[in-house]
Design a protein around this ligand. Structure first.
Ligand code: KG4
Ligand code: ZN
Length: 356
């Protein structure tokens, strides 16, 4: 069963072909350089770039996969991210997927982007069910009970900023270029974390939700009190400037990331007190973070269950995870009609599939 996955929810245009044996072909184009000029994703520019790139990227995917003279006959399903994401960006992928589905008479499957992130962890190792899912990206921070690849329940989520947003805002306020998360990680690796410098926000309660806005404020306050710690400005690549970064800034970055990772781990542990998780899945862009990885591997070790994190190249947005999620939907005989809707951030994804 060969599934074409299409991802265009934010600033990556990506397509991939995945079957039961894994990835057959994958292409991705990031718009990060364009949005860096504005310090964040500009939705109008993002959708225009998706519209410009999606066709040529599809051609190069098919060339890479080498499916013979009639490639579309080899593709069994088309899976596309339907949300959550930027509406204009999502619509490019969804409209493209619908056009292909109709032209080539291939069943269409709409995918929840967040569930796609989590399922990427199952590509290399088997997820043991039920699993605790920790989805940490630029726009979302969700805890899931995962009973199976198409059976997930949200246990808690952020009430304000996402973990990635908290990283990006601290990075931006410190003078790091966009997107700041990965650079903040590199900065933190050069420093020594002080566990008392920043709070573990919104943990003195008994729920499974998050609130990172207070931590963001604490970070901004610390930065305003330490103007000397600002990341060196200049035209040289950020990686070179990293070598000249102030030691106190490196320490603060390490402390800030530890606060985020430990806050996530506190709520993850609390979630696992409510059901017997047989594995922990950590996914989304922030799953690339080294402090998050270390903190969760200690937690998994303590509970004697496996920790599954997608490989680095599959932590950020990609189409492999969408095709993989599509494969699971197809196995469950779930498909959508051409009336599949795109769902913007903040709205829940409807369970409006049809059983084949
Ligand atoms: O999942 P993703 O690629 O896009 C969304 O769906 O949001 O996540 C992007 C987020 C950004 O906030 C980015 O700064 C963050 O993931 N990120 C990191 C690291 N790599 C990416 N945050 C902390 N440490 C990293 N190494
Ligand atoms: Zn994402």
């Amino acid at each position: 069963m060969l599934v074409l996955g299409i991802e265009s929810s934010c600033d990556e245009t990506a397509l991939a072909l995945v079957d039961e044996n894994g990835v057959r072909a994958s292409v991705i184009s990031s718009q990060a350089d364009i949005h860096a000029l504005f310090g964040g994703v500009v939705p109008e520019l993002a959708s225009r770039e998706h519209a410009r790139l999606i066709g040529p990227l599809c051609d190069s995917l098919l060339r890479q996969a080498d499916l013979g003279p009639e490639p579309w006959k080899a593709i069994d399903y088309i899976a596309v991210t339907r949300g959550p994401g930027l509406m204009g960006s999502l619509l490019v992928g969804v409209a493209f997927a619908k056009a292909l589905a109709m032209a080539h008479d291939i069943p269409l499957i709409g995918i929840d982007h967040l569930q796609g992130h989590l399922l990427a962890a199952g590509l290399e190792n088997d997820i043991l069910w039920p699993a605790l899912g920790v989805l940490i990206s630029g726009g979302h921070t969700h805890l899931y009970r995962m009973d199976g690849p198409v059976d997930m329940t949200v246990l808690g989520k952020t009430l304000d900023d996402a973990a990635g947003e908290a990283c990006d805002k601290f990075a931006k306020a410190a003078g790091l270029p966009y997107p700041g998360g990965a650079l903040l990680d590199a900065l933190g690796r050069k420093g020594q974390a002080d566990p008392h410098l920043f709070p573990r926000p919104y943990t003195h309660n008994d729920n499974l939700d998050f609130s990172f806005s207070g931590l963001k404020t604490a970070g901004a306050l610390w930065l305003s009190q330490h103007p000397e710690a600002r990341f060196p400005a200049g035209d040289t690549p950020a990686k070179e400037r990293l070598e000249m970064a102030d030691k106190t800034l490196c320490d603060a970055a390490a402390s800030y990331l530890l606060a985020i990772a430990e806050t996530l781990a506190i709520k993850a542990e609390r979630a696992m007190a409510r059901f017997e998780a047989r594995s922990i899945v950590v996914a989304g862009g922030v799953a690339a973070n080294s402090v998050v990885r270390e903190t969760f591997s200690r937690l998994a070790e303590k509970r004697r269950i496996p920790l599954l994190i997608p490989k680095l190249s599959l932590c950020g947005d990609n189409a492999v995870m969408i095709a993989e999620a599509g494969l699971h939907m197809a196995r469950a005989d779930r498909v959508h009609t051409l009336s599949l809707s795109a769902i913007p951030r903040g709205q829940s994804i409807p369970q409006d599939w049809h059983v084949l």
